[in-house]
Each structure stands twice: as structure tokens, then as C-alpha cells.
Design a protein around this ligand. Structure first.
Ligand SMILES: Cc1cc2nc3c(=O)[nH]c(=O)nc-3n(C[C@H](O)[C@H](O)[C@H](O)COP(=O)(O)O)c2cc1C
Length: 401
């Protein structure tokens, strides 16, 4: 057995003696890849990861907490290398607002980043006058992949090349010829793949090298704005930690809600914040009894309110007021997002409660005045998941110019 396998533990070696040398090599590479994925998976957050700067010094990504990051694997002899000009323009425009571009040269695609990191850096400063930090060369795929890129790929897989873009089509043709299944894997496809990371370390989006820089710039502008990034980060959460939200935070949410606009400032809403865990458990028992099969099918089922520990019940007049009540709810959900809380707007449980006589006690406890009805419920809690954005249909918007 040759030197490359000298580090294989004895028991693994014994298991493998029956394998051919090629199969063995594949096995070792696979094992190394798994170890690498496990190492990145053990990183709870991007800020747990360290990288090496252009002098080989360890730099913790925690140093970049609070910044919006655009992380990119680059090469100096690639058709996409002129993107350095656009990257530098982005950096100059948004750096003072909180953008950092982290550049990781990589020689894995067509060997288009040869030379030492010092030579690469000299080339980039001389030709593109780049000001953003350039880190040590890395591998982004395979057994030697950097934990950072393993982490990024795990969170944002390959979404395809833009087929409406001729360069996107060209890349797709080229890679498909090499491997018909290339798009099934999350690995990095080529130089100048980019990842956008929010100020709180969330991997927001992945861009292929053919994606338009104008779209990337629009996303950066969103991430840099506290209001816009909160709107874009809010997602319906359906998995929560077993931890009720503190009373003062719920009170703040209710206050944010009633500061929504309403027609003639009529404020035609009634809000009930449910903290009583016993009441939730009681109504949940009614639901479980009525839906035993559904509860059995869902191993993550905790309660009928999408598993949340608290509710904000929004009531509106039986005649009208829906629009105002809806605006109140969005205020609450965005405020919750900005406070690190998750929410989910719920119509289903309202239909159940208002139609099932066994749940009448719940409505009685809400103490809803005459002439009002329970309109919808906002589930609130500490999120135990980070759902991806559901698609939005931009064609619903038309500009009348
Ligand atoms: C009026 C209304 C009622 C909803 N009812 C439910 C519901 O009963 N159960 C649920 O899981 N989600 C419910 N949702 C959440 C939607 O499914 C969710 O907002 C939508 O899929 C978009 O996903 P996002 O909120 O993550 O962007 C409701 C949302 C609204 C606005």
C-alpha cells in the first residue's frame, strides 16, 4: 500500500483490503469529504469559522459580525476576472455602510489562479486596484475544501445558471458535457461564485458567476438597511424552542401593532395576547382529539398553533376592519423579526376554534366584545428553524409609466 494511505486506521484498512486500489482511493476521498462536511456542520454559525489571511495568519470570521459579507472565490486568469472592477465598485460604494467583500482565490477551476497569494494580490492591486481583503488561496470543493465554503454550500446549494443569459447557457452546456448530473450537487461550479451573508451571519443568497451584478447590488442594499433586511428576513416559523416569550417583549409587540395606520385612526381592532400555557394546552387537547391521525403523522407536532408558545389573537368588527387588522399584524410580525422572535400568521386554527363547540371556552377566555370576531392569530416564539424564502411572483407588479 502506497504512502497516501498510510494514515488510514487499522480497522478501516482491514475493511478495505478487498477493495481495488481505485475504489479504495475513492473511499478515502469520500471519507475525507465527509470529515470536512462534519467539521463545517459542527460550526453553529459562520462566526465559529476561521480563515487564513494573505500572510497565513488565522482570522476569525467573528471579526466580521455586524457586517454584510459578500464572499467570493476568485481567479486571475478567468473570463470572469474583470468582475474585479465591479466588485471594487461595490466595495467603494457600500463599504462605509457596512459591506465587506472577502476574496478567496482558488485554483480549482481550469487552474486559472496559479501563483502564490502574494503574486495574485500584486496582480489584483495593479490591474484592478482592489481595496477589499484578499485571503489565502483555498480549495472550495473536494476533500481539501475550506470549512467556510463547506458551510456556505451546505446552506445554499446550486440554484442553476440563468438560462436567459447567454453566458449562463454557455456555462450550463460546458459543465453538462463533463457531467450530465452536475446540477444535482451543491458544489461550487466555477470561479466568481458569490455568497451574501447578513449582518447576523445568515447565508442569504448564492450567486453563480453569470448572475448580474446589478441584482447582487440590489440585494446588498437590502441587507445593509435594517428595515428592508427585516422585511426580507421574515419568514413564517413553524418550529419553536420550548420557551415562552417574556411578558415585556409581548407587550412591546402589541404596542408596535396598535401603532399601525387605520382608516380615520378608528383602530377597529381588539388584541388578545395569550401567555397562559394551561389555556393553550387545554385547547390543544381538543384539537388533538379531533385530529388524531394528523397529529400522529407529524413527529414534530407540539401544538395546533404551529408549535408556538404564545399567541397574539387579532379581532376585528364583524362588519369591516379587516384591512386595518391586517396592517396591525404585519407591524407585529416585522417587529418580532427585528427582536429575534419568529411568527406565523394563522387562519387554520381560527377556523377550528370558531367551528368546534368544544373549543368555545378558549373564545370565552379571550373576552371578545359583542360585534367583534376572532379574525386571525399570530403565533409567536423563539424560532427553532430558519426557513428559506418562499417564491414571490414579481409579475404581479406592473409599473404604469
Ligand atoms: C391570512 C393568512 C393565513 C395563514 N394561515 C396559515 C395557517 O393556518 N397555517 C400556516 O402554517 N400558515 C399560515 N399562513 C402563513 C402562510 O402560509 C405564509 O405566510 C406564506 O406561505 C408565505 O410564506 P412566508 O410567510 O414564510 O413568507 C397564513 C398567512 C396568512 C397571511
Amino acid at each position: 500500500m502506497g504512502k497516501p494511505f498510510a494514515y488510514v486506521p487499522k480497522n478501516v484498512y482491514l475493511c478495505c483490503v478487498i477493495l481495488t486500489k481505485t475504489t479504495m482511493k475513492r473511499f478515502i476521498l469520500g471519507l475525507a469529504a465527509i470529515v470536512c462536511v462534519l467539521a463545517s456542520a459542527s460550526a453553529q454559525s459562520i462566526y465559529d469559522i476561521s480563515v487564513k489571511d494573505d500572510t497565513g495568519k488565522d482570522i476569525s470570521l467573528a471579526d466580521y459580525r455586524g457586517h454584510v459579507l459578500l464572499i467570493v472565490n476568485t481567479a486571475t486568469r478567468c473570463g470572469f476576472t474583470p468582475q474585479y472592477t465591479e466588485l471594487e465598485a461595490l466595495y467603494e460604494k457600500y463599504h462605509t455602510g457596512g459591506l465587506e467583500i472577502l476574496d478567496f482565490p482558488c485554483n480549482q477551476f481550469g487552474q486559472q489562479a496559479p501563483g502564490s497569494i502574494q503574486e495574485i494580490h500584486q496582480f489584483c492591486t495593479a490591474n484592478y486596484d482592489i481595496q477589499f481583503p484578499q485571503f489565502d488561496k483555498v480549495e472550495v470543493n473536494g476533500p481539501g475544501q475550506s470549512p467556510l465554503f463547506a458551510y456556505l454550500k451546505e446552506r445554499k446549494g446550486f440554484g442553476g445558471f440563468d438560462q436567459n443569459d447567454p453566458r449562463g447557457k454557455m456555462m450550463d452546456n460546458m459543465l453538462r458535457k463533463q457531467d450530465a448530473e452536475y446540477d444535482k450537487r451543491s458544489d461550487i461550479k466555477w470561479n466568481f461564485t458569490k455568497f451574501l451573508v447578513s449582518r447576523d451571519g445568515r447565508v442569504v443568497k448564492r450567486y453563480e458567476p453569470t448572475d448580474k451584478m446589478a441584482d447582487i447590488e440590489a440585494d446588498i442594499a437590502v441587507e445593509l438597511s435594517p428595515v428592508l433586511s427585516t422585511i426580507m428576513a421574515r419568514r413564517s416559523v413553524r418550529k419553536y424552542l420550548d420557551r415562552p416569550v417574556e411578558h415585556d417583549k409581548l407587550a412591546l409587540l402589541a404596542r408596535m401593532g396598535i401603532n399601525a395606520p387605520s382608516g380615520m385612526n378608528r383602530q377597529p381592532w381588539i388584541v388578545r395576547v395569550v401567555e397562559d400555557q394551561k389555556l393553550l394546552a387545554q385547547v390543544n387537547e381538543v384539537y388533538k382529539k379531533a385530529n388524531p391521525e394528523q397529529v400522529k403523522r407529524d413527529p414534530s407536532f407540539k401544538n395546533m398553533f404551529r408549535n408556538a408558545p404564545n399567541l397574539i389573537c387579532v379581532c376585528s368588527p364583524t362588519q369591516g376592519g379587516d384591512l386595518d387588522a391586517g396592517l396591525l399584524g404585519e407591524n407585529i410580525m416585522l417587529a418580532a423579526q427585528s427582536m429575534g422572535l419568529g411568527t406565523c400568521c394563522l387562519g387554520g386554527p381560527v377556523r377550528f376554534i370558531t367551528s368546534n363547540p368544544d373549543a368555545a371556552f378558549f373564545l370565552q377566555r379571550l373576552d371578545i366584545p359583542e360585534g367583534y370576531r376572532l379574525n386571525y392569530i399570530i403565533a409567536v416564539g423563539y424560532p427553532d428553524e430558519q426557513p428559506d424564502a418562499r417564491p414571490r411572483d414579481a409579475s404581479k407588479v406592473k409599473f404604469i409609466e
